[in-house]
Design a protein. Structure first.
Length: 224
């Protein structure tokens, strides 16, 4: 224990800091005092049913959380609200990481389930259809730039027309938090075609669907 802390506590108790140096040398003393403090103030340990309830609560918060740090902060606040003693930092980090991964998988599955079989097939063809220059249709759609002449406008119109033929209902993303949509779009804009082919089907369809919806809106805005 830092000497500054001992000095502060000693001042509250009216004893010199040195008198506290040997506190809790016996492990049982520390445990007994912690049990007494929990009983007096009504604190609970992160075990049993209480831990399971907090775990479920954390997993429920994960979809809206923007980062591990954000979710950890929510967890700490919840522990204070429920008078639960914080577990080890590593436990909190692992819990939040697991919750965020599970939330990401739920979102991907939810988007995929909102797509018809035909739409899924069309999305997969974006990766298999190759165009001039040996680039996939997906990469062709992704490589759009706003220009200031008729040729650039025509290139945008070609892409917009194709995106609209995919006929993805925007309601497929209605229940997805905006920051999750933005994250899926960023992932789609980083992946190469082969990388998208290699990931799980739900994840692939979710990324492709988000990119199609977002690119369609972006290109339409650029044309206007």
């Amino acid at each position: 224990i830092p000497r500054e802390v001992l000095s502060f506590v000693g001042a509250q108790l009216g004893v010199p800091a040195d008198a506290l140096l040997t506190y809790a040398t016996r492990r049982q003393t520390r445990q007994q005092h912690m049990d007494t403090l929990r009983e007096i103030y009504g604190y609970k340990t992160f075990t049993g049913r209480g831990a399971r309830d907090l775990r479920e609560w954390t997993f429920g918060q994960a979809e809206d959380a923007r980062s591990n740090e954000d979710l950890a902060h929510r967890f700490i606040v919840r522990c204070r609200e429920t008078s639960t003693i914080l577990p080890a930092v590593s436990t909190i980090e692992r819990l939040c990481a697991d919750a965020l991964v599970a939330a990401e998988r739920r979102i991907e599955t939810r988007i995929a389930e909102n797509l018809t079989a035909d739409v899924r097939d069309h999305l997969d063809k974006l990766l298999s259809e190759m165009l001039a220059g040996n680039i996939s249709r997906f990469i062709w759609l992704r490589n759009f730039e706003v220009g200031n002449n008729s040729a650039a406008a025509n290139r945008l119109l070609d892409r917009l027309e194709f995106l609209r033929t995919l006929n993805i209902n925007h309601s497929a993303l209605a229940s997805i938090p905006a920051h999750r949509i933005a994250r899926l779009r960023r992932q789609g804009e980083r992946y190469f075609t082969d990388g998208l082919r290699d990931i799980t089907s739900d994840r692939r369809w979710a990324i492709l669907a988000v990119c199609v919806v977002e690119w369609e809106a972006a290109i339409a805005d650029a044309i206007v």
